[in-house]
Design a binder for this molecule. Structure first.
Ligand SMILES: [Zn+2]
Length: 148
């Protein structure tokens, strides 16, 4: 040994403990890969938990909306019965009006889509706008339910 010993001697001793350079590199690569796999498994588990939570929230929201919809239909039916009893309107008259409203946008699709109306400047203003986007004038008057 002594000061004439080459530094490589120490390294080659170490390499005998850990294996060749290629083996060490391979081991490090395997560790790196294992770490990456574990990291991805953790991410997947978190993503699955998030997805389950989101699914649960969506189901709760759908159940709430169904409940509100059912209650709205119930209230509508009660209002219709009161109106029918007090004013004498018939179910046939109601059905005819529903059909007329449905067809007012040109399609019998169970809904009425509000059509744009023409502003005094000539631009078309959609149902949800309160002002004309071109001239700034107040939107033309339209049926109450167009804004609902
Ligand atoms: Zn305008």
């Amino acid at each position: 040994m002594g000061f004439l010993a080459r530094p490589e001697g120490r390294y080659s001793h170490s390499l005998k403990v850990f294996g060749s350079g290629a083996e060490v590199t391979g081991m490090l690569w395997d560790l790196y890969q294992e770490f990456g796999i574990q990291n991805n498994r953790n991410r997947l588990r978190h993503a699955e938990n998030d997805q389950a939570e989101t699914r649960g929230q969506a189901q709760d929201l759908a159940a709430q909306m169904q409940e509100r919809f059912d209650r709205t239909v119930l209230i509508n039916e009660a209002m219709w019965q009161l109106l029918s009893e007090r004013v004498g309107l018939t179910d046939e008259q109601l059905a005819r009006r529903v059909y007329e409203l449905d067809m007012s946008d040109g399609l019998a699709d169970g809904r009425r889509i509000s059509q744009p109306v023409e502003c005094e400047c000539g631009a078309m203003v959609n149902a949800k706008s309160r002002v004309c986007l071109f001239c700034g004038a107040a939107a033309p008057a339209r049926p109450f339910f167009d804004a609902v």
